[in-house]
Design a protein around this ligand. Structure first.
Ligand code: PLP
Length: 379
């Protein structure tokens, strides 16, 4: 058994695992399940500070992103793809797949997207149906300020699609205040349920845009319109994964009961970054650090593979490397959701101190000790 300290999937608490073992009903025919589904969706909306409707879809995070693009994009639609990271850029593929014309707004990938620079760009270029943004671009740990960026886009009548799969509940998300038209989340990041579910929060504006389409949505599974009127009709478009949703509900009950969740992420994120930098390692980003994940460059003396293998084989702790353009270059410590606790962080940094020593990387201090000092100072 490993201690999972990856930026998703994260550790799953026992009460979530046990809820998935509950006896099942027929989710197609039992009206109590329809009530339970709707209540769970309403709980998610309230935790994200919105009156907009949430839908839980049967597929992991990627399905939410694809469903948002499939449901909004008509052939020829221009879509602005904000790109300062791998997931950011990746949205362009979903837009093209459904016949849209993505236009990349590609900026520096070591710093968050600058709201005033975006505003300048939009003054001259604003003929877009919607824009895609990533809250926390997990491969680099980049946190974009969606609370400033979305309202700027909306000023020009551009709908906003936000991927906060690895941001929400570790970083604040206020859907109504930020003016997010479709927000995408997943079960396996800070929510701390097993992988397998995604949920989308859909505004009235986005629903109107779907209703006004001239062409049908070119998908069934990724079509958000097929959920329309499900509650009144007591009819889901496909059989809901009832046990997964029982588990998800308990994960959200845990979040609702955890009043210090955001504060704890801030303290742990700050203390972890301090530990890494004071010990002489280099954070990958210049600014825009998400409190859900810490990403540092692999020191010259060793390789990502050696660090990850030693951590796993000797200390039974799983950290993550990265992928695509960042493959082999960085190590990621995922401290989101149930991973974000003092004991697991101390065990992880203690093992990382020893791993670095074993691999011939000399540190200027103990990451474990620096973390503990900073943590105690902040609480
Ligand atoms: C994890 C994640 C997703 C979902 O994709 P996976 O296939 O679960 O990796 C989507 N967007 C972001 C930013 C993520 O971190």
């Amino acid at each position: 058994m490993y201690k999972i300290m990856t930026p998703g999937p994260t550790q799953v608490k026992e009460n979530v695992r046990l809820a998935r073992a509950k006896e099942c009903t027929n989710p197609d025919l039992d009206e109590e399940f329809v009530e339970f589904y709707k209540e769970t969706c309403e709980l998610i909306s309230s935790l994200l500070h919105t009156k907009n409707e949430t839908l839980i879809l049967d597929g992991e995070g990627i399905l939410g992103l694809e469903a948002a693009c499939a449901s909004l994009t008509e052939p020829g639609d221009k879509v602005l793809v904000l790109d300062n990271g791998i997931y950011g850029k990746g949205f362009a593929d979903f837009v093209s797949m459904y016949g849209g014309k993505p236009e990349l707004y590609t900026v520096d990938d070591k710093n968050p997207i600058n709201p005033s620079a975006l505003e300048e760009y939009l003054k001259l270029n604003h003929d877009y149906k919607y824009a895609t943004l990533v809250h926390c671009d997990t491969p680099s740990g980049m946190l974009n300020d969606i609370g400033s960026l979305c309202p700027i886009l909306k000023k020009y009548g551009i709908m906003t699609v936000v991927d906060s799969v690895s941001g929400m509940f570790g970083e604040e998300v206020r859907v109504d205040d930020y003016q997010i038209d479709i927000l995408c989340g997943g079960s396996q990041k800070a929510v701390s349920a097993p992988p397998g579910l995604t949920f989308v929060v859909v505004s009235e504006t986005a629903k109107k845009a779907m209703a006004a389409r001239k062409t049908p949505i070119a998908s069934f599974y990724a079509n958000l319109k097929v959920f329309e009127g499900y509650y009144e009709a007591k009819w889901f478009p496909y059989t809901m994964p009832i046990s997964d949703i029982y588990g998800l509900r308990v994960a959200f009950d845990n979040i609702a009961a955890d009043k210090d969740m955001l504060k704890r992420h801030t303290i742990i994120g700050n203390a972890c970054r301090k530990a890494v930098t004071e010990a002489g390692l280099k954070l990958h980003l210049e600014s825009g650090f998400s409190n859900t994940v810490t990403v540092f460059d692999v020191p010259e003396e060793t390789t990502a593979k050696d660090i990850l293998d030693t951590m796993r084989k000797t200390y039974h702790i799983m950290l993550a490397g990265s992928f695509d353009t960042l493959a082999g270059q960085v190590i990621r410590i995922g401290h989101m959701g149930s991973n974000a606790n003092k004991e697991d962080m101390i065990a992880t940094l203690d093992a990382l101190d020893k791993t670095m020593q074993q691999l011939g990387v000399s540190l200027k201090g103990s990451m474990r000790e620096i973390f503990e000092r900073e943590y105690e100072r902040s609480i």
